[in-house]
Design a protein around this ligand. Sequence first.
Ligand code: ADP
Length: 263
Amino acid sequence: NPLKSFEYRIMPYGEEHLLLIARDVTRLSQLEEMRKDFVANVSHELRTPLTVINGYLEILPDADEQLNPFVKKAYLEMSTQTQRMQSLIEDLLVLSRIEASSERVYENTVDMAAMLNQVKIEADALNKDKHHNIEFHLTPGVRIYGIETELRSACSNLIFNAINYTPEGGNIDVYWSVTKAGVRFAVKDNGDGIEQRHLSRLTERFYRVDKARSRKTGGSGLGLSIVKHVLNHHNSKLQITSRVGEGSEFFFEFDAEMIASQE
Ligand code: ADP
């Protein structure tokens, strides 16, 4: 039945036999589809009213010089919070789009160094108040199979996180390199690091190590979840090594088969 979906497991059964276990997950996958549709629709519907509210909130304090300081402060706070809500909704939409994406990875190619040079401009802007020493070590001319918007979203999330979660004046290194097995992207920082017990949960939606601090940085809590889905779509996986007090490295690798061309 094409409308039914099953999960299969094969296990040894005695010396000479194999046991095939089929589990009917039709209902589960229907619920999962409903959840995805719901999140996508709600995010989409929330976008318009928020844009209107935000538009007015941004011009009000400037438009009226006479506003008393408390009211002005209230407007500014409301505008910060609506902007946060907007970026949360944008991230939810990005996540839904990636989850639903049927774009074929092998039909497109991306010049990663060129794409990362564009991300560098945004990273430098974000770094204005943080004064980190950010270095990009990029091997030029390697095109890989993949979807540019998705890979850009994954790489920039990792780079912006390093900027946001490293105390002022830190060192951040971004690598795009050819290895024996294929290619590797990495972001290394010398920030506070993350305790081991959190590492396996970091890519869950809305999981944060330090809720109060993460909220202050303005993140949605969806960044690493987006990275996970993008890499899953590209047959790779996010890997994290971190030591408390020393810093973290977030990286992923692609097999040589993912290299489309190399100058
Ligand atoms: P957020 O929007 O909160 O940044 P993410 O999914 O991008 O959400 O990250 C999840 C959590 O992982 C963050 O809240 C933060 O606690 C932790 N984290 C991510 N990157 C780093 C990093 N480079 N150094 C330390 N902690 C990090």
